[in-house]
Write a protein that binds this ligand. Sequence first.
Ligand code: MG
Length: 528
Amino acid sequence: MSAVALAEEDEVRVRFSALRQKQFVLMDKFSELKARLLELTHLSSSTALLHWDLETYMPKRGAAARARSLSSLAAVIHDKFTSPEFEKLITELKSNLDKGLLGEAEACVVREIWRDFSREKKLPREFIEELSLTTAEAHHIWAEARRKSDFSVFRPKLEKIIELKRKEAELVGYKNSPYNALIDVYEKDATAEEVSILFEELKNFLVPFLKKIESSKKNIDTEILKGDYDIGKQRELSREIAEKIGFDFEKGRFDESTHPFTSGFNPEDVRITTRFDKRDVFPAISSTIHEAGHALYEQGLKVKHFGTPLGESRSLGIHESQSGLWENLVGKSLPFWKYWYPRLGEFFPEHFSKISLGDFYKAINVVRPSLIRTEADEVTYGLHVLLRFEIEKDLIEGSIEVGDLPEIWNQKTEELLGIKVPDDARGVLQDVHWSGGSFGYFPTYTIGNLYAAQFYSAAKSQILDLEEEIAGGQFGHLLEWLRKNIHIHGKLYSQDELVTRATGEKLSSKYFIDYITKKYGEIYGLKT
Ligand code: MG
């Protein structure tokens, strides 16, 4: 071998070992990032547990000290996340990401954390404190205003919150609308422009479709659902349904709270709550299935990725797609009740022995414009969300004034749902979101319903006899499909990538529109 060739070989060896050296350093840095993220995640899981307890078992007088515990923890998390050491570490890894030196999984972790970090860093601590203090106070004031059904009680606080949220948008920066800076927290990469297009398509379908339903001659009797249902039995049945669809009680709990919710501290400790109504058994069942749908997602995240974005749910929209798919597409379907209706009859024979499955199915799916979003049916629900989206976007963009809200709310309700709002409590004051500063949250409910219909349609085309399975009380294949296509990926893919990989195309309103048209066309005997 010539001297030149030898020298080249040496050079290659040297370069190779320098590269190895760099990779080791990079791996070390990445391990350090993971360790720091794990610590942060344990702290936020503790926060979530304190919140869970606050909503379920905490005595009333515990509230003041609990608020202080929570804010102390929040400050610790913020400080750790924005510390100079953390900044140095994530900045170095980000430059390696930009050079294309990271593998797919590492790239996902660094990209997601960099994004959160950059946002958090743009918000001064004083701003975060002011926002958290304002919204903590606003919660009580909103509750009082709702109790008195008087918007003017809440108005000054809401004005302050909107001022702060607009400031937040300015601090973090945005394209086109300041609303985009806010929706980004809940549904990364979603924009007001895209959401407007989807919602417009929905509105153009839902408004005339609702008119068709209302002018149909079908009279659905919902009084048949009313009764006197033992709470203990309701609890037992709700648990049974949750377990049957796949909720793992070894890795979860089932409790009661005023507002049903799901809390996932880690994939092996996921808790759901529901509420019971003595006069009607269906709301508890329905909300249990909804929360179990959220919980199945949380239980399906990979334990080994806990602490990093690979072990976190993709977005609120995707989360709502999981709860919505189980609650509506499965839990309000005829196949589902073919299996469960006889069981319901065993629990409440004095009530359901006289009612046919067909009448029960129609009653739980009745379409009736109503004032309260959380009680709305599948057809009108999207209109409730649309109304909030239009209003909150205008508020943040400054094209409407807080003082005009009740009037705008009432006018839009009449326009979209055809009903008059009798008071502020059942109108503009009904939802908690704005008092907590959650602007940009509402659209994720509808986005979730659109994803749900699209996912379910894909699952149905890929699982032979899915509906026969459901009618036989078999939910395993569906859950497996959701695990494989959605749950296990955490944040590895963007929403667009995730939905395209699972269904072959990007989010489209078509599947939801087809689903609603077919289901309610049959129930109401509409010609389509
Ligand atoms: Mg939900």
